[in-house]
Design a protein around this ligand. Sequence first.
Ligand code: ADP
Ligand code: MG
Length: 313
Amino acid sequence: TARWNQTCWRPDMKLVVLSTNPKLYSTRRLVESGKERGHETIILNHKRCYMNITSMRPSIHYKGEAVTGVDAIIPRIGASISFYGTAVVRQFEMMGVYSVNESVAITRSRDKLRASQLLARKGIGLPVTGFAHSPDDTEDLLNFVGGAPVVIKLLEGTQGVGVVLGETRKAAESVIEAFRGLNANFMVQEFIKEAGGTDIRCFVIGDKVVAAMKRTGKEGEFRSNLHRGGTAELVRITPEERSTAVRSARVMGLNVAGVDLLRSNHGPVVMEVNSSPGLEGIERATGKDVAGLVVQFIEKNARPGRTRSRGKG
Ligand code: ADP
Ligand code: MG
């Protein structure tokens, strides 16, 4: 239709924010910004979206009704519901709906090991990281990340849960043994001590870092997560940090991403690339209208069927 041929601002999109909680700051801000910019903006709880997976006319239903006429979705999929949430995003893609972050990109970023391998493949700086299956290889695994202290992390942890500092070799071995006993997948990482419990969150939209903050863990805590009681402040990042963040988001295939960096002796190293980065901390720390920038990005880029994977996942 005609409106898709316009390259300028379109005031009449129908936007869907996929979120399980309308009260969350990020959800509220995205809805508010969408409406402010003239778009019909609604929240759908992805846990309540169900789908008809047929090849002729794939559809999504919500509380008894078919979901139609959607121009773009903004997925805000929590880590605990990645599997179902990405299936819903994929279904929207199959219907030709534009998703600001594609399902396959979300899936890639959720697995810390897979994400590290993809980033390493493109030459992005990472802490030295190891992964092993057998207890027989623990000794060598600890050796090649430089011995204790080491960081041991669950592959699917988030908000700092499942990230442990093994200060001594003995402690590291015990944690590894415990994780193995629980059949949990984990990786072992060089501890970037010089970061001093601080990391840099770069909020990337498209090919730009639109806001950045420095997060510092509370006294005696090496994890800087705000959920662990860390504090945030505005920071100026270097051109190298800026390009590392933008490249990392691009490698993951994310248009909107929170790229976390540590300042190491050997330059910026990427901790993780978050596909549903929180807005509260970054907007408060920087005073920027990040939600509005996400909506502007969608205005410029949303077209029917314009996702690279189109549900191929
Ligand atoms: P999560 O997904 O749970 O946030 P992260 O990998 O981001 O897991 O780790 C949480 C925090 O722990 C990071 O923000 C950082 O402050 C700290 N951290 C993680 N890995 C390392 C490391 N290798 N060296 C130093 N600090 C680390
Ligand atoms: Mg993190």
